[in-house]
Design a protein around this ligand. Structure first.
Ligand code: AMP
Length: 217
């Protein structure tokens, strides 16, 4: 049977990670976030970790040949799951072509549409729980108990090195350069759905579910 994949596409800070994890829970499928996989490889000091860290700390995309290999490991060798939410991959045309060519998959692309100023504000106030990864924003979110993670109870939080203002601007420019041809590619194939990502988190989730639930499950 063909694997089915929902690809979440959008500017850094458009909500791919948040939506990816909620959707995966609601649809009982795996959430594959390439950013998360890379951060965990660096934490565990897995092969090529210092090279990966160097790219990521600068906010640059890691070489496509490496990321394709990693995605291959996560999707192709895993026979259990037939469906996935893919967040952060593909990031450019070469990766998109690799995905289509090398995997027997059906694809729907969700483009989380949002303006640059909103994502800059979101990312610059962003931090997460070191233990479970839940994302917060110091300008919008209040914890149930101050200093304690609402999801797991940990009291250790951190910011991503690549969330500084300078790196965010760099990542946004890189996204625009790489994503425009990518969006055109999926538009031509009729596989893209545009969602207004300025809505509340719950509304975005509901809109994605209404487009994809039947198709995916
Ligand atoms: P993200 O968590 O999606 O914002 O990704 C964080 C960083 O991981 C990016 O700035 C890149 O350095 C790297 N990364 C994640 N996914 C990819 C990808 N598909 N291609 C290249 N680099 C990636």
């Amino acid at each position: 049977m063909k694997k089915r994949i929902i690809i979440l596409l959008g500017l850094p800070g458009s909500g791919k990670g948040t939506q990816g994890s909620v959707l995966a829970q609601k649809l009982s499928v795996s959430h594959v976030s390439t950013g998360e996989i890379l951060r965990s490889m660096i934490k565990k000091k897995e092969s090529s970790f210092s090279l990966l860290k160097d790219y990521m700390d600068k906010g640059k995309l890691v070489p496509t040949i490496l990321i394709n290999e990693i995605v291959h490991r996560f999707i192709c060798l895993d026979n259990k799951d037939e469906s996935y939410i893919l967040d952060g991959y593909p990031r450019n045309l070469d990766q998109a072509r690799y995905l289509t060519k090398n995997f027997n998959v059906e694809i729907k692309v969700i483009l989380l549409d949002i303006d640059e100023q909103t994502v800059k504000n979101r990312i610059i106030g962003r931090y997460h729980c070191e233990s479970c990864g839940k994302i917060y924003n110091k300008n919008n979110d209040k914890h149930n108990i101050e200093g304690v993670c609402d999801r797991c109870g940990s009291s250790k939080f951190m910011c991503r090195i690549d969330d500084s203002e300078e790196k965010v601007l760099f990542r946004i420019e890189e996204y625009k350069r790489e994503a425009i041809p990518l969006i055109e590619y999926y538009k031509d194939k009729g596989e893209i759905i545009v969602i207004n990502a300025k809505q509340r988190k719950k509304e975005i989730t509901e809109e994605i579910l209404s487009c994809c639930k039947e198709w995916l499950t």
